[in-house]
Design a protein around this ligand. Structure first.
Ligand code: PT1
Length: 280
């Protein structure tokens, strides 16, 4: 049975799991920095937990297309207080931190976080060694380029093969420094250096990622690939299309969903679960 484990916290992946997004950046692409005051962000996290999120993903760096990078100090200032505040009232929920910086994840884990969500797949200096030493679950995501430039004419000879080979190479790098298989989670990286068609090729072939044998995270909530299919320019208006994408993902075997709209996604998953359970 696949599971994600850190300290006394365990999530079993026999049913799809929801990771709720808590953007503590002033410039989030879809919440526009709505949750960047400590109190508001905290309330939002509690609401997501109540709505069925088993993981809260906290990010202090905006990584949407075109975003500028921020300093380690800024990331720490944004992220650590939220982790501490959530841990004061909840010791059960898992907390992932959306960062690429070894120093940020190290301090975040000290403050009570569990999972390293790294869109740069441990490519920053010292990241692989830090992940091995911390012995925590890590999310390895595919990206082509950097957030600032990645949507500048992305091109692949063979999208699926290139993304899968990238992740296989990263898994090998992890093994070399002693990161355990049980700590590896994969993510195709929707919207990170991909055309709309590339993104839909990856969604249609998510089962091939699942076949690699690791937990798979699908993170397409409110992204432009949905806006493109449905002609919805505003990210906030992409809730129904996000739930549709989430449901396609779980039907192709995704274990985890990184979403903004926890309640709506949970409702779709309840229908999915009822369908699966009819087999017993
Ligand atoms: C992701 C992800 C992430 N995405 C993981 N973490 C973002 N593991 C932040 C658009 O096309 O996919 N996996 N952390 C947000 N990034 C984007 C990218 C937001 C593209 C929007 C778009 O609209």
């Amino acid at each position: 049975m696949m599971q994600i484990k850190h300290l006394n916290r365990v999530i079993t992946l026999n049913k799809p799991v929801i990771m709720g997004i808590l953007n503590v950046t002033p410039d989030s692409f879809s919440d526009g920095g709505k949750w960047n005051s400590l109190d508001k962000g905290f309330e939002h996290a509690l609401k997501m937990i109540e709505d069925g999120a088993q993981i809260i993903d906290i990010g202090g760096e905006s990584t949407r297309p075109g975003a500028e990078s921020v300093s380690v100090e800024q990331e720490l200032e944004r992220v650590i207080p939220f982790i501490k505040k959530i841990r004061e009232v909840n010791s059960e929920v898992m907390i992932s931190v959306d960062t690429s910086q070894p120093e940020v994840i190290t301090k975040a884990i000290e403050a009570g976080a569990d999972i390293w969500n790294d869109i740069r797949a441990l490519s920053v200096d010292g990241a692989l060694e830090t992940a091995a030493k911390l012995d925590i679950p890590v999310i390895l995501m595919h990206m082509k380029g950097t957030p600032k430039t990645m949507q500048n004419r992305p091109h692949y000879e063979d999208t699926l093969t290139e993304v899968i080979d990238f992740l296989k190479d990263k898994i090998e790098s992890c093994h070399k420094v002693g990161i355990k298989d049980e700590n590896i989670i994969l993510d195709p990286g929707f919207g990170f250096g991909k055309t709309v068609k590339d993104n839909y090729i990856l969604l249609d072939n998510l089962d091939k990622f699942v076949s690699l044998g690791y937990p798979l995270l699908s993170a397409l909530s409110r992204k432009s690939m949905l806006g493109a299919a449905c002609n919805i320019p505003n990210a906030q208006d992409r809730i129904v299309s996000s739930v549709a994408g989430a449901l396609i993902s779980v039907m192709k075997g995704a274990h985890m969903l990184r979403v903004h709209d926890v309640k709506e996604t949970r409702e779709a998953l309840m229908v999915y679960n009822a369908t699966i359970e009819s087999r017993n």
